[in-house]
Design a protein around this ligand. Sequence first.
Ligand SMILES: *Cc1c(COP(=O)(O)O)cnc(C)c1O
Length: 410
Amino acid sequence: MTKKGFSTTNLHSDRKDNPEHGVLHKAIHPSVAYGYEDSRHLAEVFQGKRPGYNYGRQLNPTVTALQNRITAMEDGIASIAFATGMGAIASTMLSLLRQGDHIVSSAFLFGNTNSLFGTFQNLGIEVTFADATEVCNVEQAIQSNTRLVFVETIANPVTQIADLEAIGELCQSKKLIYCVDNTMTSPHLFLPKTVGASLVINSLTKYIGGHGNALGGIVTDSGLYDWSQFNNINDTCKNDKPALWGITQIKKKGLRDMGASLGPEAAHHLAVGSETLPMRMHQACANAQVLAEFCAQADQVKQVYYPGLKSHPQHRRAQQLFKNFGAIFSIDLIAGVDCFEFLNAMETIVASSNLGDTRTLAIPVAHTIYHEMGAERRTSMGIADSMIRFSVGIEDIDDLLADFQRAVSL
Ligand SMILES: *Cc1c(COP(=O)(O)O)cnc(C)c1O
């Protein structure tokens, strides 16, 4: 069959997967357990000799349907879904890494990922944080025991864009796993596989689900990494061809043993949400561009961080790699303008910590999500006390602009 476009493929994927009664949405299957007429078949499923379901922690048909959608979106070979994005990151890394291993991570990270990597250091997995906007910093951080490089596409809240292509080439030449968190761009704006990513992480909670009504996370294997050259694969994960060894280990260690499994109801919400991803992204990015440009000329705003502005240090990189500039931007206010007052002047925009919602959400980051990490690390990440992050939604632009007009005329 001819390869169809992004939306067409996603909209019709459940229907193509041998559905019961011809349903267009994969059903929500709440069953935890699966029964077999022939007990030998149960044994064969356990031994991986027969496809089938054994227990809901490892596998569920509704979740499988969602995994297939994301695998197609990311042009990968297989995906494993988890209860949250953090569940996906933690389970993936802990499945693949061992004590004494070293990873290089972008210094510009989602706050909870940053905190998680601190936990890894307590467990004997070394982490070096590097400014990933320049590949040379990543290269300098590599050691003989380095196994993996972790970056985000557009970092939050300052919107730095990693040197994605060059880091991909570096990882390939050093045979390192290249793990890219694609949450901020989503597979609609960017396919990490095109820059050599081995593993792609998406928090489904954000743009893919898109409505702030379900949590989920997923890791997709791009098929580019040769797992036969990776020392940490257990023999029990080598039944299939080497391309599947990594995802098999993530499934057995990360999903089965650690247990952060995605529930079928959430998987259904996320799958339905994903159907409008391109349209939502289009509107949200267009709104973000208008608002960022408004802020760039406002006297109360000291600095705007948005890849769609020509002044952004990686504007050209974003233009080359991404279909659009994303829907997150941040601002620093000038001295004397209070970030809480600025936000409280807004009527439509909601003070809230989520992002990737259909609604526009805003948060004073230094006082909330980055409060715990302390002033010193905040400064090193370029996070000022007056910084506000906006996750732009799909509202009518005039209403969003009116909020900003109210805030700057305080
Ligand atoms: C939100 C987010 C996560 C974590 O996702 P949850 O679903 O909230 O656990 C990971 N990475 C990035 C870049 C995120 O924005």
